[in-house]
Design a protein around this ligand. Structure first.
Ligand SMILES: [Zn+2]
Ligand SMILES: [Zn+2]
Ligand SMILES: [Zn+2]
Length: 145
C-alpha cells in the first residue's frame, strides 16, 4: 500500500473526509523532501495553491503524524519538523547548532552497537532516534548561512 492509500484509509477509519486539499498537502509533503516545518511546507504549497490556509496545512501534518505516515522531529530550534516515516528509510541525524543544517546518515555499525547495548540491559528496541549536535563543515569554515 502506498502513502496515499494509507492516508485515505486512515482518514476513512476516523470518519474524516478525503479532501482535495488534504491530497494536495500530502503530495507536496512527499515531494518537498525531509525535515519540513509547518511554515516551510505551507510556503511551498502556497505558491501553487493560494487557497490552502496555514491552519489546514497544520492540521493535515498532525493527521499525517497521528497516522504514522509522518514522523515529527524536534531538533532544538523550537520548530516541529516532519519527515516521511518508513522502516526501510531509517536514518539518524547530524544537526548544526549554528545554521540548522540537517545531515542524514545511516551507519550499520552504530545500529548494531545500539542493539548490543539494549540486549545487555535486557531491552528489545522498538525504535530509536540518534541526534548529534554540533557545527557543520560550512560553519566551521565560516561559510555557514
Ligand atoms: Zn539509527
Ligand atoms: Zn552549519
Ligand atoms: Zn531525516
Amino acid at each position: 500500500m502506498n502513502y496515499k492509500d494509507s492516508f485515505r484509509e486512515y482518514l476513512g477509519k476516523h470518519g474524516l473526509k478525503v479532501t482535495q486539499q488534504r491530497e494536495v498537502i500530502l503530495d507536496e509533503f512527499l515531494a518537498a523532501g525531509s525535515h519540513l516545518s509547518t511554515e516551510e511546507l505551507y510556503r511551498a504549497i502556497r505558491e501553487k495553491n493560494p487557497h490552502i490556509g496555514y491552519a489546514t496545512v497544520h492540521r493535515t501534518l498532525k493527521l499525517l503524524a497521528e497516522s504514522g505516515l509522518a514522523a515529527p522531529r524536534h531538533f532544538g530550534d523550537g520548530h516541529t519538523r516532519y519527515e516521511c516515516s518508513s522502516e526501510e528509510q531509517h536514518h539518524d541525524h547530524l544537526i548544526c547548532t549554528i545554521c540548522g543544517a540537517i545531515v542524514e546518515f545511516e551507519n550499520p555499525g552504530i545500529e548494531r552497537l545500539q542493539e548490543l547495548v539494549a540486549a545487555k540491559h535486557g531491552f528489545v528496541i522498538e525504535q530509536h532516534r540518534l541526534e548529534i549536535y554540533g557545527r557543520c563543515a560550512a560553519c566551521l569554515a565560516g561559510k555557514g548561512k
